[in-house]
Design a protein around this ligand. Structure first.
Ligand code: KG4
Ligand code: ZN
Length: 351
């Protein structure tokens, strides 16, 4: 079965074709980063309008890449939430229009399930069960994953997400948008030991996180450096960036390792935009090696938002028998706020 998938929850328009038997066939992405950069963050109305402009050309592009026609598609998947309402509506309405016109099923996909299953796009692919560290711009969660649709929340952030901590710290330091990659690039030339920053909840007995205090600490440092030196030099910024990255990564790594231990599994999977962070990848890879376990990351291009993970998540749900393909809805909805646990298979069915 061939599934076309649409992602439009935030500032990336992604379209992909996945075959339920053969895997990913083609994918294309347009990032709106350049458009939002002048505003220092995503402007929802501009995001929606740009999704409208991009989605059809990207659809043509993936069909051409795969050598397929729209008529060859058997089902349409789209990100139904969580995300920006207007942006979600673009992908959802295009997906539904295609589904209605071809009389094929439309499959709403939870954006975080897309991230969660994206490491399965890599080879070797992790086997279930595993612990997933889900670190995106809006979410920081630790999940136990026993199979498709079988997710147990182990811990999550009580305030800011890790990606937000990167982005907000970067903003305080006057770095560009999006802050995470910019801060991380700068950190490569910095000395983290020059600033002692807090590692909130590092030793708390639970698997929760808190990152909101970190940005206050970064702000205090920025002010202190400005008082002492006037404008911040490139080296000051690099040192502070390195210290900020180290603080975030230390907490993420410590809690992820604790979750692996508590869950009694050997495999850790990292997903979401912050999963692209080199420092996090290195720290977790080394730590899991020492413990005789394995760590898996999605291919870099599938860490941040993309259409491949949405079409792929839909294919995984179809293969697991979790999608009613005979249901042809006469309406559609998007869910800007949507808990991942809502797409879990009920315990009663797992048995
Ligand atoms: O998963 P994602 O693309 O979008 C959401 O669903 O939120 O994640 C975006 C987040 C942003 O906060 C961005 O700054 C962060 O991922 N990010 C990074 C890196 N690349 C992206 N953070 C740290 N280091 C990176 N290399
Ligand atoms: Zn995302």
């Amino acid at each position: 079965m061939i599934i076309i998938g649409f992602e439009s929850s935030c500032d990336e328009t992604g379209v992909a074709l996945v075959c339920t038997e053969r895997g990913l066939l083609a994918h294309a992405l347009h990032s709106q980063i350049d458009m939002h950069r002048d505003y220092g963050g995503v402007v929802p109305e501009l995001a929606s309008r740009d999704h409208i402009r991009r989605v059809i050309p990207l659809t043509r592009q993936v069909l051409a890449q795969a050598g397929l026609a729209l008529n060859d598609v058997d089902a349409v998947a789209y990100t139904a939430g969580p995300g920006l309402a207007g942006a979600l509506l673009v992908g959802a309405s295009v997906a539904q229009a295609i589904a209605w016109s071809l009389e094929i099923p439309a499959i709403p996909v939870h954006h975080l399930e897309g991230h969660l299953l994206s490491p399965l796009l890599a080879r070797p692919r992790p086997e279930f069960p595993f612990v997933a560290l889900l670190v995106s711009g809006g979410h920081t969660q630790l999940m136990r994953v026993d199979g498709v649709g079988r997710y147990t929340l182990l811990g999550e952030t009580l305030d800011d997400a890790a990606g937000e901590a990167f982005d907000k710290s970067a903003k305080l330091m006057g770095l560009g948008y999006p802050g995470g990659p910019a801060l991380s690039r700068l950190a490569e030339n910095g000395n983290a030991a020059l600033h002692e920053l807090p590692r909130p909840m590092l030793h708390s007995p639970d698997l929760d996180f808190s990152f909101s205090g970190l940005k206050t600490a970064v702000l205090t440092r920025v002010r202190a450096l400005e008082r002492e030196h006037g404008a911040l030099s490139e080296q000051h910024l690099a040192d502070l960036a390195a210290a900020t990255e180290a603080a975030i990564v230390d907490v993420l790594a410590a809690k992820a390792l604790k979750a692996v231990k508590q869950a009694g599994v050997k495999r850790l999977v990292v997903a979401g935009g912050v999963g692209a962070n080199r420092h996090l990848r290195k720290q977790l890879t080394e730590a899991m090696q020492r413990k005789g376990g394995e760590v898996y990351f999605p291919p870099l291009e599938f860490c941040t938002d993309n259409g491949a993970m949405i079409a792929f998540a839909a294919a995984q749900r179809v293969n697991a028998g979790l999608v009613d393909l005979s249901a042809t809805g006469d309406a559609f909805t998007v869910r800007p706020r949507w808990e991942l646990t809502d797409v879990c298979v009920p315990e009663a069915i797992i048995g």
